[in-house]
Design a protein around this ligand. Sequence first.
Ligand SMILES: *Cc1c(COP(=O)(O)O)cnc(C)c1O
Length: 431
Amino acid sequence: MTNELSPLEFDQKHLWHPYTNVTKPGPTFVVKEAEGVHITLDDDTRLIDGMSSWWCMMHGHRNAEITAAIHEQLDRLPHVMFGGLTHDPAIDLGRKLLEITPESLTRIFYCDSGSVSVEVAMKMAVQYQHAMGFAGRSEFATIRSGYHGDTWKAMSVCDPDTGMHHLFQGALSVQHFVSRPPIRYGQDWSDVSSENGLAELREVLEAGRDKIAAFILEPVVQGTGGMYFYHPEYLNQVRHLCDELGILLIFDEIATGFGRTGALFATDLTTIEPDIICLGKGLTGGHISFATTLTNDRVAEGIGGGTPGIFMHGPTYMANPLACVAAKAALDLLTGQDWAARVQALSKQMEQELAPARNFANVADVRVLGAIGVIEMTHQVSADAAHARTRDLGVFLRPFGKNIYTMPPYITSEDELSQITAGMLLLAQEL
Ligand SMILES: *Cc1c(COP(=O)(O)O)cnc(C)c1O
């Protein structure tokens, strides 16, 4: 009977969407095509993608350079296993990554998605600690309101409340949580450890030092867990504390990487480097699922020098050539332009145009960092309610929690960005 259903009816009956109830489908648009900042629906309505399609489509949809790179690679070598074989796309991308990422990170693991890159990072930490003779160190510490993905180990370090840990009680590894860094980005740093969050952190890390393999967090910007921006000095201090206690430091830059915060990597806002970094989302400019985990010589040599020496991970589509060339093209596009000026311009305009929301009833906070603009409401905002309005606004926005936010594509024009911010202001008044 399924062939009697319209495409949308089929979708609503049979296809699961992210974080939804498959038996009670939410409102959904059918997308016909997309180009630049625009998504075109089946009835030819064009919407500006104010979400960069979950933060990855930074150079716009169907970017000419990225699609050309994929087309060319498709005719040559769409895929080959990476065990015992290698290829130029993986090598060229590797060279590019080493050029732009923090200097101490020299060993690259390619994988399929952000969540997997977090799994890989956590596995590296545990294998390193075991190789160093600390077999007991297999747990993780993190800050609350974080988000690191939906696979089991990644989920265990997501915020226990918004990550709905109660749903999975008994199935999730118990980890060590501390409060999110209390000093916000742009506020004055305080050296008083009870005020800057470091007293609590020291206490938790010292108590767990024999059990904790690594401290994992999103540097400077917590994304999905609340769009919260905190002081980079926290991370400098965390580095010292981790070194003192023999705990590795993992930065999840899946959302913050590639210029989103105004720095190429949020790590660049600090004076330190992590032991392991996760990159994803914008890596291919949103054209193909791909991610990578980079680590330093110390961790790589630690794992390599231990028993069994091999690192126990190897996805089927590891270093997929199509994804590698897409990523190389996306990174060339990024670094081939004055991306910092571009992000700065978006930032300034959002700052000006979102400011009026500060005076709205029910608005708790308005904040902008790099190409991230947030109106935080005092109450939960319904993505479905916002959905119903986006068609009229000409802008696709999908709020979550209390936040109405945008992460515009970097190619968004001044007029298009004004349309996005106007849409956000309207939603903030209506929802
Ligand atoms: C999106 C995200 C992930 C998960 O990436 P997927 O590709 O969705 O698996 C992990 N960490 C952070 C910080 C993210 O924003």
